[in-house]
Design a protein around this ligand. Structure first.
Ligand code: FAD
Length: 415
């Protein structure tokens, strides 16, 4: 069966796909959103809920040369799927290039600029339909004086880029987050950050708004795309075949699978992250609280709080290792003994779509002008979804945008 008359078919209903669908709809397009599973069933299900007003690329924090030792250390929050290692080599070469000082500086500036528009972009997209977002800032807890020193360096960059940051000590930390009072040598409060306590429910609410505004959500797994030089595109799903005017791929870490017929490949790795519900009362913490020394983030959830984190790199589809988060929890309990897994809950994991420079890829596929992609949001998909949706909608509707070159995957050929 052939489904016609669709202006734009968005494939993948994570936070990036749902916001893309809303933005295209806002530009007057008839949009259908296709999802193989259910809305927010992928990586968008279980993130830490933070909408950050600024961010650093991973390359600002980890040199390539340090990574093998980090991956081999048993107490490390980073791990590599060794089966994927050889095929990740081209990605690693691009990562090495991204660690050059001038590149780190440029990527840091651009990431901060994009993040600065995060909340406003959600407001412009949703208006009065925006679900509740808590605006209480974001805390990073430093466990030792040397961590405080390192944080001071990053904070000075944040401040120079216009972020309101504050270094807190002793009683100030306890007043803000009583659970962190006794453990911290210092803490950084980044004001202007916001969070949601249930990321999956947040994305589902956005999909409901999309449907109320006239959009269609269908369940189907896209198997292949075929496009002709005339611009005609055929999307072969498991259940139906679609002939939309435009296709937008928002399939997260799995974007390359559907680009195979287009002779186009994006430098994308899967960076599996994990979370677990904690057996604590609501209010245990009031805002996302990172503890870099332990490699985890504690984040408020509907039931109480979650522990989230781990960077487990590999090819898309890499096997999950829940033990990585359980080990991190064990280390965290030495500092915060109250942290225990909530009975009846298991470790969840999702594949962050990771680019070598931590910036998303939003582009029209060369030689296939009806196909667009928006992916590679790494640690920042919830933060940057609405910003990316605007950039994508500009591209699809042919308006000019300063970001179309900066966020195209061609940047990796140029550097
Ligand atoms: C532990 C953890 C904590 C995080 N914390 C934060 C945070 O605090 N703040 C933040 O901004 N970001 C955070 N992130 C990152 C964020 O969750 C991701 O960047 C974001 O979810 C990526 O969204 P996406 O829509 O691109 O991908 P996904 O959510 O994975 O969505 C892709 C969708 O495409 C569908 N799909 C794939 N292939 C097909 C196909 N062939 N046909 C049909 N459908 C298909 C999948 O089923 C899926 O639903 C975190 C991530 C993790 C893992």
């Amino acid at each position: 069966m052939m489904a016609d008359g669709i202006d734009a078919l968005v494939v993948g209903a994570g936070v990036v796909g749902v916001t893309a669908a809303l933005a295209l709809q806002q530009r007057g397009l008839q949009v259908t959103l296709l999802e193989q599973s259910s809305v927010a069933a992928g990586c968008s299900f279980g993130n830490a809920g933070l909408i950050a007003p600024g961010a650093f690329p991973l390359s600002a924090q980890h040199r390539l040369a340090d990574l093998p030792a980090t991956f081999l250390k048993s107490s490390s929050p980073a791990a590599l799927d060794w089966m994927s290692a050889l095929r990740l080599l081209p990605w690693a070469i691009q990562y090495a290039k991204a660690t050059r000082c001038d590149k780190v500086r440029r990527d840091t500036d651009l990431l901060h600029e994009l993040c600065r528009h995060a909340l406003r972009s959600y407001e412009l997209l949703l208006g009065s339909d925006l679900p509740p977002i808590c605006r209480r800032g974001y805390l990073t807890v430093h466990l030792s004086p040397s961590e405080v020193g390192k944080a001071a360096h990053f904070n000075s960059i944040r401040a120079s880029l216009g972020l309101a940051v504050q270094m807190l000590v002793g009683p100030e930390i306890a007043e803000l987050e009583p659970a962190m009072g006794g453990v911290a040598a210092g803490a950084t409060l980044v004001q202007g950050a916001a969070h949601v306590t249930d990321p999956a429910a947040f994305v589902t609410s956005l999909a409901d708004v999309f449907v109320r505004r006239g959009g269609t959500v269908c369940r189907d797994r896209v198997q292949a795309l075929q496009s002709k030089q005339t611009g005609e595109v055929t999307v072969r799903g498991h259940l139906e075949t679609y002939s939309p005017r435009t296709v937008v791929l928002t399939t997260g870490a799995h974007a390359n699978q559907l680009l195979a017929n287009c002779d186009h490949r994006i430098p994308l790795a899967a960076e599996r992250g994990y979370h677990l519900e904690l057996d604590v009362e609501p209010g245990f913490i009031s805002r996302p609280t990172a503890i870099p020394g332990l490699g985890v983030v504690l984040t408020p959830s509907q039931r109480g709080a979650r522990i989230a984190g781990i960077s487990h790199f590999g090819l898309p589809g890499l096997r999950a290792r829940p033990g990585l988060l359980l080990s991190a929890l064990k280390r965290a309990r030495k500092v915060l003994p109250a942290l225990r897994a909530r009975p009846g809950f298991e470790v969840w994991s999702g594949e962050r779509p990771a680019t070598p420079d931590s910036l998303p890829i939003i582009e029209q596929i060369p030689e296939h002008r009806s196909i667009f992609v928006s992916c590679g949001h790494g640690h920042l998909g919830l933060t940057l979804a609405a910003v990316s949706a605007r950039v994508l909608a500009d591209l699809v509707t042919g308006s000019s945008s300063d970001y179309s070159i900066q966020l195209s995957s061609r940047r990796f050929e140029l550097n």
